[in-house]
Design a protein around this ligand. Structure first.
Ligand code: BES
Ligand code: MN
Length: 461
């Protein structure tokens, strides 16, 4: 189909207020998928999206999973046109700590920032604002031309922020319904507010919870202290061993299977990365981590192992003298191509076994695992996305790596056999997963416009 995109872009500019209003409706629903207490609201967000997509002319419905339901919607395209799968997630991270928010997390606020107006709410960019960009682009195509230039299937999950536990089973069970030529995902960042980016590599993730058990119950720290193993002392000493002075991870075999990224690495090294502003968003001034690597390498192409939380014993008000019976920690390893989550976990067990005192034992639970993803850099679909972004921004997108993980991208490749285009419009300072998460309205509008342009480009393939 060869219909003009310009009319749609004008339509979108004029309709931005209504697009923001629709996004705000979705943001008002606290769909914290990981928390059972928000089960009803998570379902409400899924139903809201079903209604929204139905109103645009999609055949939309909920699909059961063992966890949160998925939204699936279909819209036919012209005979012979490509069929595109759009993936997003409607669940959001918990909003805590609530006292650090300037406005309530589920009452979206439009506030002024240095780049114009922005919308502040949990899920503003991750991922409600970004999934609404393609929904708004569909709406505009339908409003202006009464049709879509390609066939479209939308798949929105409600468990992304919980590590997508139902995803593999769901994709396997619905692989015919979700078949497409390529998948489009908007859940990543731009290079900067004026420069678009396409993700071509995402780090993988191994998320672990470790509990170390010592005495059979809590003990008086005077009566027993000094004569018994203290799980908190032992846990912190062992975890203190995780990195050497050079910042290298000490898990046996951790670096043994890293793929040589070759040209990709060299291209990334040549990028003019604004390190001062990247660190400045975090209130810092110097990059820390594995010695001998640039900041870009540290976040895109090197693997990590980070403590995410640690607890045990008494942390309440005042003093309580106690040797705890157990101590726990959560850890995330970001994986790069070549690393296998299962083998890294075994390496971590070897690391623990070598350091565990005789009277202690540990449990290791895996809370999520997925490999790093590399996408091909010269597919006609990626070229279409490059062209669409160039149309809208007047400059070509940068092909970037991403430090974060999107388990669905690997799972969609594995179960459906299709690659993803990672066309995201977030910024490094959007405070994803943190208080006062925001999305620049400029990014929101440019994202909708880019999706409209991409539909047009894909329709011509
Ligand atoms: N959208 C993020 C990942 C992301 C953020 C990619 C910023 C690029 C730039 C995604 O929703 C996310 O947070 N993923 C989790 C996955 C985990 C819960 C399995 C992550 O990376 O921690
Ligand atoms: Mn997220």
């Amino acid at each position: 189909m060869n219909l003009p995109v310009d009319d749609i872009l004008v339509h979108l500019n004029e309709g931005l207020g209504q697009s923001v209003e629709r996004l705000s409706q979705l943001l008002r629903i606290p769909s914290i998928g990981t928390d059972r207490a928000y089960q009803a609201q998570t379902l409400e967000a899924a139903n809201w999206l079903v209604r929204e997509l139905s109103e645009i002319g999609f055949e939309a419905g909920l699909r059961e999973t063992p966890g949160q339901p998925a939204v699936v919607a279909h819209h036919p395209g012209p005979e012979g046109a490509p069929h595109i799968l759009y993936y997003g997630h409607y669940d959001v991270q918990p909003a805590e700590p609530l006292d650090l928010w300037g406005s309530p997390p589920f009452e979206p606020a439009i506030v002024d920032g240095p780049a114009g107006k922005r919308i502040v709410a949990r899920g503003a960019v991750d991922n409600k604002g970004q999934l609404m960009m393609f929904v708004e682009a569909f709406r505009a195509w339908k409003a202006v031309h009464g049709a879509l230039p390609v066939g479209v299937t939308v798949f929105l999950e409600g468990e992304e922020e919980s590590g997508s536990p139902s995803l593999d089973g769901f994709l396997e069970a619905h692989k015919h319904e979700l078949q497409a030529d390529v998948c489009v995902v908007s859940d990543t960042n731009m290079w900067d507010i004026d420069t678009p980016a396409l993700g071509i590599m995402l780090r993988g993730l191994l998320y672990l919870e470790l509990t170390l058990h010592g005495p059979s119950q809590d003990l008086h720290s005077g009566l027993y202290g000094g004569a018994v193993p203290n799980p908190l002392n032992i846990l912190t000493r062992i975890l203190g061993d995780l990195h050497d002075e050079q910042g290298r991870v000490q898990i046996p075999g951790f670096y043994d299977e890293l793929e040589d990224l070759g040209e990709l690495e060299r291209d990334w090294q040549a990028l003019d990365f604004d390190e001062a502003s990247f660190l400045g968003h975090a209130g810092l001034s110097r990059s820390a981590g594995e010695a001998g690597f640039s900041t870009i390498a540290r976040i895109w192409s090197r693997p990590t192992c980070d403590l995410n939380g640690i607890w045990g014993g008494y942390a309440g008000a005042g003093a309580k003298t106690v040797i705890p019976a157990k101590a726990s920690a959560k850890l995330s390893c970001r994986l790069v191509p070549g690393q296998d989550a299962g083998r890294i976990k075994e390496g971590f067990r070897t690391f623990l076994d070598a350091r565990m005192p005789e009277d202690c034992r540990y449990e290791l639970e895996e809370l999520g695992a997925g490999p790093a993803i590399k996408t091909s850099t010269n597919s006609p679909f990626l070229n279409a996305a490059e062209a669409a972004l160039s149309d809208i921004f007047g400059r070509a997108p940068i092909l970037v790596g991403m430090g974060g993980s999107i388990p669905a991208v690997g799972a969609i490749k594995q179960h459906l056999g299709i690659e993803s285009i990672l066309m995201g419009f977030g910024l490094d300072d959007d405070r994803v997963h943190a208080p006062n998460e925001k999305f620049e309205l400029r990014c929101f509008l440019n994202g909708i416009r880019s999706h409209a342009a991409l539909l047009g480009r894909l329709g011509k393939l």
